[in-house]
Design a protein around this ligand. Structure first.
Ligand code: GLY
Ligand code: MN
Ligand code: MN
Length: 438
């Protein structure tokens, strides 16, 4: 385990224990392997909350935190070493590894949890866990916490209160540490390289599949996975927001929208670029692209501590509405368009989301029903777009089927926003030069 991650996980567990207090215990389950089809599993991905607190990448593990000031304990229930299973599936840390490598105070076999955990919860008033995420796990926590009542042993004082840990844990995850930002910068860099490969390949590629392969090639070489199903959408497919078929021929005169990012050390990047398959934007494509780019730049400028969560969206929206009015795709007054939401015909999603261990990362967007003030260490995407349906008969033919989104990952700092994905070109002339350079 990387020594920086080791220290981070220790600090995060200590912070969380400080937040829940000495009367409480916390139980955080890891992910389990999932069957894809007969005898085949999905690639294993650790649960983000569990990973955040442990850095432990095996299935079938549960973390228990027992706050007690200097004597606080982190206990891992996990798989035991097993020579035969390890020959088939690869090495396990085992109980010793949980202590020696992952810094737990103690470790027990996951198969013994029903016998051991109730004893550890004795004397605690509350149990904090991700309540409501998995009803089967909820039931297990209830049975561990009610152990004495079921057994009828009155001398045991078992927790009365079950508390959802999600909110406090996710508030911690929302503010990224220096270590996390290093990982996110790396995810951004690798993803930017993958997008560059795609642009360099587009003039000779014949279909979306080939471009998708360029992304996967670059991620795999760098030891990463895709953070989410990539969108490689040629021509009118760009107007389908969650297009993931990625199997159609390229439209030579059309744009290609690629929304893809990798996961490095479980941290996601999330980038969208839209560019002409031919290497030359047509006049209508250029007009739409220029509006989206200006909207994105205006939104990024508001990703500062002086603004709140809604500010980038409002900034992008104002530029998009003005731009669509200018080119005649919307009519009426700006106020009326904003009030009636008529812009949603062309811009139907929000301008971003938190980014971190999850691509749509955790953390509240509002506090007391108000958009949350931005703070240093928050990372968000900024991703405005304009999509003109191919069958929209209310607009001239030349606009139809154009879909443009530009998405970058932005860190809020004490000063100016830092665009983590800033190394990847987005200006019209830069994109044309990159594509034509091949
Ligand atoms: N790629 C998912 C998103 O942009 O939100
Ligand atoms: Mn995206
Ligand atoms: Mn996104």
């Amino acid at each position: 385990m990387h020594s920086q991650l080791f220290k981070e996980c220790q600090r995060r567990r200590a912070d969380l224990m400080g937040m829940i207090g000495r009367q409480a215990a916390a139980i955080i389950p890891g992910a389990q392997e999932k069957i894809r089809n007969n005898d085949v599993h999905y690639p294993f991905r650790q649960d983000s909350d569990f990973w955040y607190l442990t850095g432990f990448d095996e299935p079938d593990a549960i973390l228990v935190l027992l706050p007690d000031g200097q004597r606080s304990r982190s206990i891992l229930f996990c798989r035991e070493r097993n020579r035969q299973r390890e020959q088939w599936d690869g090495p396990r840390a085992g109980l010793e590894g949980a202590v020696d490598i992952y810094g737990m105070q103690d470790a027990f076999p996951i198969t013994d949890i029903d016998d051991i955990l109730p004893g550890l919860l004795e004397g605690r008033e509350q149990v904090h866990f991700p309540l409501g995420r998995d009803s089967e796990f909820d039931q297990r926590v209830i049975s561990w916490s009610r152990y004495n009542r079921r057994q009828g042993s009155p001398q045991r004082l078992m927790p009365e209160e079950l508390v959802c840990i999600t909110h406090v844990l996710h508030e911690l995850r929302l503010i990224k540490s220096r270590y996390e930002l290093q990982a996110m910068r790396r995810a951004a860099e690798i993803s930017a390289r993958a997008h560059t490969r795609v642009m360099q390949a587009v003039t000779t590629a014949t279909d979306e599949r080939e471009l998708m392969a360029e992304l996967i090639y670059e991620y795999t070489r760098a030891g990463c996975q895709t953070a989410y199903a990539p969108i490689v959408a040629a021509g009118v497919n760009a107007c389908v927001l969650h297009y993931t078929a990625n199997n159609q021929p390229l439209d030579r005169d059309g744009l290609v929208l690629v929304d893809s990012g990798c996961e490095y050390a479980n941290y996601a990047a999330d980038i969208t670029r839209t560019f002409p398959a031919s290497g030359h934007f047509s006049a209508p494509q250029k007009a739409i692209y220029a509006i989206v780019l200006a909207a994105q730049q205006a939104a990024i400028a508001t990703a500062t501590c002086a603004h709140n969560w809604d500010s980038p969206h409002h900034a992008a929206l104002a530029v998009i509405v003005d731009g669509l009015l200018d080119i005649g795709l919307l009519s009426g007054s700006r106020e009326q368009i904003l009030e009636t939401h008529s812009y949603r015909r062309f811009f139907m999603h929000k301008t971003g989301h938190w980014l971190g261990l999850d691509v749509h990362d955790v953390g509240d967007y509002q506090v007391d029903k108000q958009p949350r003030q931005l703070e240093p260490g928050m990372v968000m995407t900024i991703e405005p777009g304009i999509y003109i349906a191919p069958d929209d008969e209310q607009v001239a033919q030349s606009w139809r089927g154009i879909g443009v989104r530009i998405e970058d990952d932005v860190l809020v700092t004490k000063h100016d926003p830092e665009v983590l994905t800033g190394m990847l070109p987005r200006q019209i002339s830069e994109l044309e030069a990159l594509i034509q350079g091949g």
